[in-house]
Design a protein around this ligand. Sequence first.
Ligand code: DGJ
Length: 721
Amino acid sequence: MTTEPARPVPSSSAGASRRVQLDEESGTVMLRTDRGAYVLRVDRAAGTVRHVHWGASLPLADAVSLPLWSENDNSFAGRWDGTEEYPVDGGARFAAPALEVRFADGSSPVEPTVQDVVLLEGDHVAVLLRDCTRPLAWHLHYRVPPDGDVLERWTEFVHTGAPQDGDVLLVRYASAHWPLPQRADWRLSAVHGGWSAEGHLERSALPVGETTLGSRRGHTGHHANPWIALDPQDTGEEHGDVWVVALASSGSWRITAQRTAAGRTGVLAGEGHEGAELRLRPGGRHRTAVSLAVHSSHGFGGASRSFHRHLRAHVLPHPQELRPVLYNSWEATWFEVSEDNQIALARRAAAVGAELFVLDDGWFRGREDDRSGLGDWTPHPKRFPRGLRPLSDEVHRLGMAFGLWVEPEMVNADSDLYRAHPAWVLHLPDRTATELRHQMVLDFSRPEVTDWALGWLRRLVTENAVDFLKWDFNRSFTEAGTHAGGPDARRVHVDHARGLYRVLDQLRAEFPQLRIEACAGGGGRVDAGILSRTDQVWTSDNTDAVDRLRIQHGFSQLYPARVMSAWVTDSPNPLTGRTVPLRFRFHSAMAGVLGIGGDLTRWTDAELAEAAELVQVYKDIRAVVQRGEQFRLLPPGNGPLTAVQYVDEDRTVVLIWRPSTAYGPPEPPLRLRGLEAEARYRDEDTGREWSGATLMAFGIPLPDLPPGDCASALIRLRRGW
Ligand code: DGJ
């Protein structure tokens, strides 16, 4: 994903790019993806950029002559509402704007004029706009990555004035407005939820008006995730049109689907929320987060696969690597960690085939429970009297990588750090500093705070040969004002996450071998922004293998299995009390990046042997799961069975779950997807063979599932036997 400003190239090369085409005369810009096109037209006379088309591929010659949506003709209507690429608050515009400002004299109307259209290196075009008299310019950036169907957009604001012009307050500063084509009706899909219940997918009709999802919590949130999908009400998992818009941001955010009474629909996506304003000083710049979007004519599944491919190829820092099988001690020892109990767990974890051992919370000074210690990042003298190095060495000797839990953005009041720096937390001097989970948020928009974090993280990683960090974040913002105060005091809703990014970027640059798992009390910070700096995410604190099917289904709408960390934990599950067979727990976790999080010292020899066998099976299929194309064959909750298929080159894996049983007619064969109709496929476990055509048209006979609740099966097929 683009993270650095692009360099202008000579205008003589304008129009030459394969994926960005420019027709100077009409002002038409065409962005081509593998299977589609996005077209806009720069109207210099009117000082605006109008939207023309987003969907299937078209010839440039047609795009140039396509008519624009006609202007409204009465004195009560917004002239261009819903048809502009970046609507501002100003002129005859009444829909929610992408840009709203407050100039130094308190006025707000913006009057745009087009400065230029610049083709930049890397299939990237920028439309440069500015206010006709006031000191503000904004540049609309569009980039088409070299492959795939995802488009990237962001906006850069520049205060072009001098000190006497005063500051410009950015009140709304969306990354992009994505206008949609005209359809009779629209349906909106998004995920909702909460802690331990992330990713619940819901679809509902899109009403006329503004429908906003967002986070005012300073982090991405468990309750929603920064993407929405819109379809014309008749799209299915594998057929029909869908448009998806996402935001690569880890702070507060807002995505608004806006449907006007005049029949125009578009999506605004940006950081911040109402009241979280940004002040631009003379000469100052602000570049928004990237908004990603895709159109698919292959249904929701097609859109998900496009995003998965894009995130794997262009966003993740180490896309070629396979994620290791992890062991994490949290649910085994909670806060009661010690060198002895961790070594005992590590030995068992290595014996069942884990490749990475992660020591979770509780290892540092003052951390008896969740009331104290955060901020004091040196080993707990009683629990680790010799420090962490002996454990790290033993883990390495056992052939595993060593990982450690940290929560750098937080502090407990009962810590030496807080006693020394009480002003480092988000606070307002005359307000109560609200504690949640007995902790407060350190203000990562302040360089002295991020410098401090980098200092101890460097030491910790170096001294203990740490290969992996689980980076946690266990509460939302309150009293979120910066120490600087003033009119943009709430910019911390945007700037904290940017401070976090700087720390992660620096740490990665200094320790290229270090891998990071993002976590925020489970899935509270899952987004394309954090994924451009981390290797995987902890999906949810809910490790119940049945609940996970729904959470993972929601997760997969945007994010690939390659980053979805999933553990096999003890039964009954500590959160839900549900008893689930070991095989089902493994099959549920094998749908992502397999980990184990149970108390292995209490597992029987038979359980450990079964676990070792299932870890081997996962290692055999993991390349298919982690690199393959994913097909959601049967979604959870729509019948007795749930099934997911992965296809990678010549191999196919299918996971089938039946969480609860009910008497009824036998289930029909399971129709597979994404195979070659002419090829032969052989079941690697039973030896049976079918053609791809049979598997897709008739289906594969379901394997015998054990009787009772929580039954599951895994099918491995290989092409070309
Ligand atoms: C929340 C995480 O999601 C858990 O996995 C665990 O690391 C705890 N925090 C530790 O406090």
